[in-house]
Design a protein around this ligand. Structure first.
Ligand code: SF4
Ligand code: SF4
Ligand code: FES
Length: 264
């Protein structure tokens, strides 16, 4: 393990190279102190300190939810939470990452819900009874790095407004931070995923063009093209990708068509 005097930069590229004159600040990771540039995100500071991510890191862009992190500042009792790839370090920051949170993920098959009989709310009550134990403390909402009003989507679920809960939770990146702090032991994010699946399957109109495309895929329509692509060399694939026909940014939906219709 590197210490603050002997830091070896492991990450490639410019991710850990601080700008000239960047102020160095103390940062605490697994009980050790490191001096890191104040301009870095938590993720880059961890790499600057000599660690290499093999878990707890994915998109680096605030989308995948893999880098949930808790932190405190020395001298401040408050526990804070954020995504390591989005949160900038501060002096005296003490962190721990949460690469995976053991959420409640009951088994279900959306095509064969046991008790549905048209009552989707009954399915929610059966699979996620703990949702109805929410005490309205708001800790989940205060913890969410995506600024989602988690408490509110749980309240919508309780009231039976599944569509409302699905839309309200849509930006969830499944980081699990809300569930890790819930005094009622609710796995808000997996319950919300279940509700979004219910809404997508049973409440929203079917996307006709998508069903058509799924049938085409199942019938093997694209097998020949796939085989052709898998035999190409990387440089040929790169050229094909760069020279592909692209839909203009402001094209009307459904109006633009590529000249080469072989893959349609
Ligand atoms: S709702 Fe929960 S799991 Fe989803 S982004 Fe917010 S804190 Fe993370
Ligand atoms: S943290 Fe749990 S109990 Fe508190 S408002 Fe959120 S879901 Fe309800
Ligand atoms: S690495 Fe994907 S959200 Fe941080």
């Amino acid at each position: 393990m590197a210490d603050k005097k002997k830091i070896t930069q492991l990450a490639a590229g410019d991710r850990t190279i601080p700008p000239d004159g960047a102020k160095m600040i103390p940062f605490y990771l697994m009980g050790s102190e490191y001096l890191v540039p104040e301009t870095l995100t938590i993720m880059k500071a961890v790499e600057y300190a000599g660690y290499q991510y093999i878990r707890g890191c994915g998109c680096r862009g605030g989308i995948c939810g893999a880098c949930a992190t808790f932190y405190r500042f020395t001298g401040d009792y408050r526990l804070k939470a954020g995504l390591a790839c989005q949160t900038v370090v501060g002096p005296g920051m003490i962190i721990t990452q949460l690469p995976f949170f053991p959420a409640n993920r009951p088994d279900y098959n959306l095509d064969n819900l046991d008790n549905t009989r048209g009552d989707l709310h009954a399915e929610l009550r059966r699979l996620y009874p703990e949702v109805f134990k929410c005490i309205g403390c708001g800790t989940c909402t205060r913890t969410c790095p995506m600024d989602i009003d988690v408490m509110d989507y749980i309240a919508l679920m309780k009231r039976g407004d599944l569509k409302g809960a699905a839309y309200k939770s849509f930006d969830c990146v499944m980081c699990g931070l809300c569930a890790s702090r819930c005094p009622a032991q609710i796995s808000q994010f997996t319950a919300a995923m279940f509700v979004r699946r219910l809404v997508g399957k049973y409440m929203l109109p079917k996307a006709g063009h998508l069903e058509k495309r799924i049938e085409e895929v199942k019938s093997g329509k694209y097998e020949k093209m796939l085989k052709k692509l898998s035999k190409m060399k990387p440089e040929e694939l790169r050229k094909l990708y760069i020279e592909r026909e692209r839909e203009p940014d402001l094209a009307e939906p459904g109006v633009w068509m590529p000249e080469d219709k072989e893959c349609l």
